[in-house]
Design a protein around this ligand. Structure first.
Ligand code: ZN
Length: 321
């Protein structure tokens, strides 16, 4: 275990054959390429609309590993885990709440196998799907569910935990506290797609409120994901970066989906998406990848962008490939 200057511990020692990258190296002024959407890829592999694909960590490990490997091959240096819904509250919708621990542990193992020494693995925690404001769920129930998920993720030693797609500040802070309890670095990311300027979460949280609250809670990076098209993320990224000195995590959707026959279609092309990389880097992004509708082709397009080529070359350890 090594103690960093930032005060969190890293349980994973990277060897000389690695890229020499740790979460601690992903600071402001650097840019690290993450992965794209998993759900979109699972649909291409036959997942039904609304299916619980986190369960594939147990029943279709081959397909989960295939998606993970496709992102590493495309150039992702951070790989998430297929555990977005693997908290007992969300899994209860499918009667799978008792499998939460197994799904989280398998999710980290599968991403780690695919990542090898080429990418870091961040454990994904999504929202509960229940609303605190309408008392559908209590803070205590959320705390228990997110603690269960965070503790089962950490059992397989991911490099960090990502609390993502959050809209409610109270829920995000409860999830962040549970994640911080593992001792791992924690990133918290919100969906800012609402309000007249499309700069608030659906629950009314602004980038400044999110950044200020979570920074004071002691998390290690703050971000925005999902939402609308990538152009909307540039001002949001700038505002997050102005409100905190922490690294900024950015994962936009491939534009707004158009529903055709009940299936979401995204219009942004990989090249259009990658064209915003420079502006996001200048706006303060430290991590960049894609959310819904993005694919390994989007990550490949980003990887070719000069902003990444320069940064990844600079970061490779001697002997790295
Ligand atoms: Zn999304």
């Amino acid at each position: 275990m090594t103690e960093s200057a930032a005060g969190y511990t890293s349980s994973r020692q990277l060897g000389a054959e690695d890229y020499g990258m740790r979460f601690q190296d992903c600071q402001r002024g650097t840019l690290t390429l993450t992965d794209g959407a998993w759900g979109t890829e699972f649909q291409k592999l036959g997942a039904a609309q609304g299916a619980c694909t986190d369960e594939w960590n147990l029943s279709r490990a081959d397909l989960v590993r295939q998606v993970a490997e496709s992102y590493v091959a495309a150039g992702s240096r951070v790989l998430l885990t297929n555990t977005f819904r693997s908290n007992p509250i969300s899994l209860a919708l499918y009667g799978l709440q008792d499998r939460a621990g197994a799904m989280n542990r398998a999710g980290v193992k599968l991403s780690r196998q695919a990542a090898g020494n080429a990418a870091l693995v961040f454990g994904s925690i999504g929202p509960s799907g229940k609303m605190l404001v309408t008392k559908e769920v209590t803070p205590e129930q959320l705390k228990e569910a997110f603690s269960c998920q965070a503790q089962s993720l950490v059992a397989e030693q991911p490099d960090a935990i990502l609390v993502e797609t959050m809209t409610d500040l109270v829920e995000a802070r409860i999830a962040a506290e549970a994640a911080l309890g593992t001792g791992l670095p924690v990133i918290v990311s919100f969906v800012f797609d609402s309000g007249k300027n499309r700069d608030r979460t659906i629950m009314g949280v602004s980038p400044e409120q999110a950044a200020t609250s979570l920074t004071s809670d002691g998390v290690h990076a703050i971000g925005a994901n999902c939402g609308r098209g990538i152009r909307d993320f540039i001002p949001i990224c700038r505002r997050l970066a102005a409100a905190t000195s922490l690294p900024i995590w950015i994962k936009p959707n491939a534009g707004l989906p158009e529903m055709v026959g009940g299936v979401a279609h995204y219009k942004t092309t990989p090249e259009e998406f990658a064209a915003s990389a420079q502006e996001l880097s200048e706006a303060g992004a430290s991590f960049l990848g894609g959310c819904c509708g993005t694919s390994p082709e989007f990550i490949r397009a980003l990887a070719k962008h000069p902003v990444f080529q320069f940064k990844s070359e600079a970061r490779q350890a001697p002997g790295g490939s």
